[in-house]
Each structure stands twice: as structure tokens, then as C-alpha cells.
Unconditional design. Structure first.
Length: 99
């Protein structure tokens, strides 16, 4: 079964997706510049990740005009997610992408 990639800018959808998998909002510390690099921390031992509130996370997300792309995984265990520019739309202009 092919995985379906979903692209969203909906804050609640992103938060629900992350929390359902044990994820918490974070940034990469000491990246310089405004805001930092966004990450979702799934409990990895990474000293470079700095926890932030969801409101700070989404402030940076919107400020940098990002979208969140995640896979709807058929097995419910393996997943992939990335942040992309909202300007990077798929070819037909829709927010849903199928691989």
C-alpha cells in the first residue's frame, strides 16, 4: 500500500499528529537568527534540541511561512514528517500529495 503524504498549515492538525506519536515542540538551539530551526522532539537524546511552547513553535512556523508534510502510515508505527516552505506547492496546487 502506498503511503499518502499530507501537507498542512493547520496548527491543531499538526499538534494532534505530533502528540499522538509522543512528539513535543522544539527548536535546534544555537542556530542563530530569529526563531531557530523547528523540530518535533520524539524523545531522542539530542542536547541541541530546546523545548518550546506550542504557541512559540507556531509563531516561528507562521513567521517563516512554513507548511508541515507528514505521511499517513498504514502500519501506524513508521512515520515521516518535514517542514517545507508554503511556496513549495505540489504541481496541481493542492495541499494533499500522494506518493
Amino acid at each position: 500500500m502506498a503511503k499518502q503524504s499530507v501537507r498542512t498549515i493547520d496548527h491543531q492538525e499538526i499538534r494532534d499528529w505530533a502528540e499522538a506519536r509522543g512528539g513535543e515542540p522544539a527548536i535546534v538551539a544555537d542556530t542563530g537568527g530569529a526563531g531557530g530551526l523547528l523540530r518535533i522532539d520524539f524523545g531522542t537524546e539530542d542536547e541541541a534540541l530546546e523545548p518550546v511552547s506550542w504557541s512559540e513553535f507556531f509563531r516561528i512556523f507562521d513567521e517563516h511561512d512554513l507548511a508541515f508534510v507528514y505521511e499517513q502510515e498504514p502500519d501506524g508505527v513508521n512515520f515521516t514528517c518535514v517542514f517545507v516552505s508554503r511556496a513549495d506547492e505540489d504541481m496541481d496546487g493542492n495541499d494533499d500529495m500522494v506518493e
